[in-house]
Design a protein around this ligand. Structure first.
Ligand SMILES: *Cc1c(COP(=O)(O)O)cnc(C)c1O
Length: 396
């Protein structure tokens, strides 16, 4: 925030924080943007300076001004005690989990979590003697029945990657806190503009900043923010493991975030409108989008979120692989790629039944995940309508 806002104690809207925080223009010759401070070494003039551990900048890995400006911006948005940055969203996941868990502990992870999050838990944490169990994303307060004396953390992703089930975060957090279990939330879909997990009982919230924060498909970054209770552990874990990001990537993330407010406003409108339109197409069996009123997850979304992310899934009538190939190979606008959050629209086919373990996926028919980008919505509808016609023209 600007000095003036801070002095007046004004609590600014997220859109204003996004445009004004993390700039410190007056410290940088008046330039609007925080410069990229490339460097490892910070020079000290005297022995007193060298030994002053309170000095804000001491070594590049920990104290880069461009990186810290991004961390402060994210903390302000999430209402967090502090934020650390990681070189990818997955690194943010692992940093969050390692700050909450030790050997012998047990972790609960939603069955709908991003697949590499699961792999880190079942392979990476297993190496450290930490066990993971998966739970039904719609379990709500019933999660308490899964807790054992060893359960130390629960990982929530709402809505879930690929299948978009919503989770009752306030109920899960209340159950967890009764047992002093740390609640970690992946908030990449909604961003802090539309969902504020720390206010609903989460202890740690992380983002694949690669997606919406960066917003232009040109950098990999992760963020992890914590409440007062978890912040010392998160900060220490981040430091001792040597997790760091380049100031260039921090700069790209800051630049992306300046327009996050308008981008999310646009995504909120177009993703819901596109989902509604898809639900009416003859080849479409089901649309998985919590902002649609007939979604089984709509009530929680409406209660806990103030808007919708860009990403959702739809299921088509069962046909063969040739039909899927005909559909996706002929896209003019939708790209196929394992990411989302950029300005460009994406659509990929996937199959959750290979991934899930707690709640087997049984619905028949091909699933597609779509990221509705910033193109004209009518052009996207035309591209998808032609794709659905190609799909339907090949008999199963
Ligand atoms: C992409 C993604 C991640 C991981 O982010 P990377 O930057 O690709 O490592 C984590 N969570 C969710 C929900 C994601 O979509």
């Amino acid at each position: 925030m600007t000095k003036k806002d801070r002095e007046s104690g004004a609590s600014a809207s997220p859109e204003t924080i996004l445009t004004h925080s993390g700039r410190a223009s007056r410290d940088h010759l008046g330039y609007v943007n925080m410069p990229v401070f490339r460097g490892s070494t910070i020079l000290f003039e005297t022995l007193d300076e060298l030994e002053n551990y309170k000095a804000p900048y001491r070594y590049g890995r920990n104290d880069n001004p461009t990186v810290l400006a991004l961390a402060d911006l994210v903390s302000e948005l999430e209402g967090a005690a502090g934020t650390v940055l990681a070189p990818s969203g997955l690194s943010a996941v692992s940093t969050a989990l390692l700050s909450a868990l030790s050997a012998g502990d047990e972790l609960l992870v939603t069955d709908s979590a991003y697949e590499p999050t699961r792999t880190f838990a079942t392979e990476g944490l297993a190496k450290l003697g930490i066990t993971t169990r998966y739970y039904d994303p719609r379990i709500g307060a019933g999660v308490a029945e899964l807790f054992t004396d060893k359960t130390r953390a629960i990982f929530v992703e709402s809505p879930g990657s690929l299948t978009f089930e919503m989770q009752d975060l306030p109920a899960i957090a209340a159950a967890a806190h009764a047992r002093d279990i740390t609640v970690i939330v992946d908030n990449s879909w909604a961003t802090p503009l539309y969902h504020r997990p720390l206010e609903m009982g989460a202890d740690i919230v992380m983002h694949a900043a690669t997606k919406m924060f960066v917003g232009h498909s040109d950098a990999m970054v992760g963020t992890v923010s914590a409440n007062e209770k978890l912040w010392p552990r998160l900060k220490r874990t981040h430091r001792i493991f040597g997790v760091t990001i380049s100031p260039d990537d921090a700069y790209l993330t800051l630049r992306g975030m300046r327009t996050l407010g308008v981008r999310m406003k646009h995504h909120n409108e177009t993703s819901v409108e596109f989902a509604r339109w898809l639900a009416g197409q003859p080849e479409v069996e089901e649309v998985y989008h919590p902002a649609l009123p007939d979604s089984p997850d709509h009530a929680i979304w409406k209660r806990d979120f103030t808007g919708s992310g860009s990403l959702f899934t739809f299921r088509l009538k069962p046909r063969n692989r040739d039909a899927v190939a005909a559909m996706v190979n002929g896209f003019q606008l939708f790209g196929m790629g394992y990411s989302w959050g950029g300005y460009e629209s994406l659509c990929i086919p996937f199959n959750p039944s290979n991934i899930r373990t707690a709640v087997p996926w049984t619905a028949r028919g091909q699933l597609f995940r779509v990221h509705v980008g910033l193109e004209g919505l009518d052009d996207l509808k035309a591209d998808m309508a032609a794709a659905l016609a190609r799909y339907g023209s090949i008999s199963a």
